[in-house]
Design a protein around this ligand. Structure first.
Ligand code: NAD
Length: 331
């Protein structure tokens, strides 16, 4: 992965903080930063939903400094932001169903924690604060494809929390001059995504089912479509957002997706084809809070941060399947 760099400057002169770096997307960002010799990389994660194994090799080789702590802890946030040039904020509690079950906890981590790290970043005068938003902010808007300026009402506490992140980032730019960019991720998948637990995402769950020859659950009729996006594309968006120079590109939110839609049934067929599996899914009742269809217009990110997704869905699925199979074989 990352055979060609997405940046044009020497990373060795800068310091980076990745919150949620032991999680799925954060650990992929760290792989990129390490590969391209970033100067100093700090990781803040409380391991509530992430795994040290995702970053252990970089800890062992002293390429990163890992801080086991919570983004809601003011002192830790102040400490990790000291001397940091760039913040890539990924820490949050993901999953719409989890937020419906535990709205207070979701708010505490995703809103209070966000505000805490945003404030520490502002006080430390970091150069830029890139943060993970979500396609869930489009809520009940029925227009397709989704364009950044037109959103509906949120359909879950998770969506509310991500919308609030965008509002705070905008206000911190206006009031304190902190340069922020929000990335609305659309169903990101790839290596290091956890298949474990009731809130696991679809693709790792499907792959785990194929590898263990058990029938995976599909919620609803499987015709709901998503803009499934390989993680390398999400890493690209983060790196491009970090270093974009045009002023009009900053203090914006961008869709991070491929710009295509694939139904859950089609996705499962692709994975069966890649893996040569013949298992059948089990259909379950639809889940509350899930949006029916979701596909991004990615023109704004193309125009303003020079984002160009390089990995299409099926290629990304094949890479992801190989990665999971490899992990499975060495267990
Ligand atoms: N994966 C997707 O498809 C997707 C889609 C939209 C938005 N997002 C957002 O992208 C970000 C990363 O998602 P991911 O898929 O890598 O999730 P993940 O759960 O794998 O990673 C999140 C990390 O944050 C850490 N964390 C949680 N609470 C924390 C706290 N209080 N203090 C410190 N660390 C904490 C977890 O331990 C975990 O390592 C999240 O903000 C998520 O909401 C992800």
């Amino acid at each position: 992965m990352y055979l060609t760099p997405f940046h044009h400057i020497d990373l060795s002169q800068s310091s980076f903080l990745v919150t949620g770096g032991a999680g799925f997307i954060g650990s992929n960002i760290i792989d990129y930063l390490v590969k391209y010799n970033a100067g100093k990389i700090k990781v803040l994660d409380n391991l509530s939903n992430g795994y040290l194994k995702n970053i252990q090799k970089h800890i062992d080789s002293n390429k990163i400094e890992f801080v086991n702590g919570d983004i809601r802890d003011e002192h830790i946030c102040i400490e990790v932001c000291k001397g940091t040039d760039y913040v890539l904020h990924q820490a949050a509690l993901g999953s719409v169903p989890r937020s419906i079950k535990t709205p207070v906890l979701t708010n505490s981590v995703n809103v209070d924690g966000f505000l805490q790290i945003l404030t520490a970043a502002k006080d430390a005068k970091v150069k830029r604060f890139i943060y993970a938003s979500s396609s869930s902010v489009y809520g009940d808007d029925i227009n397709m494809p989704k364009r950044e300026q037109l959103i509906g009402k949120p359909l879950s506490p998770y969506a509310v929390s991500k919308k609030i992140n965008e509002l705070y980032a905008d206000v911190f730019n206006k009031v304190y001059g902190l340069d922020c960019i929000g990335l609305r991720y659309f169903n990101i998948f790839g290596p290091n995504q956890s298949p474990v637990g009731e809130y696991a995402a679809l693709i790792p769950r499907f792959i785990e089912s194929i590898l263990t020859n058990t029938s995976p659950n599909i919620y609803g009729d499987g015709e709901q479509a998503r803009d499934f996006t390989f993680v390398e594309n999400a890493v690209q968006a983060n790196i491009k957002a970090l270093f974009v120079e045009k002023r009009e590109s900053i203090n914006q939110v961008y869709n991070v997706a491929v710009g295509t839609n694939t139904s859950v049934n089609q996705l499962f067929l692709m994975l069966k084809d890649i893996s040569q599996s013949d298992i059948l899914p089990t259909y379950q009742a639809p889940r509350l809070g899930d949006i029916k269809d979701s596909m991004a217009d990615i023109q704004k990110a193309i125009n303003l941060i020079d984002y160009k997704p390089t990995v299409q869905v099926k290629e990304g699925l094949a890479l992801t399947f190989d990665w999971f199979k490899n992990q499975f074989d060495i267990q």
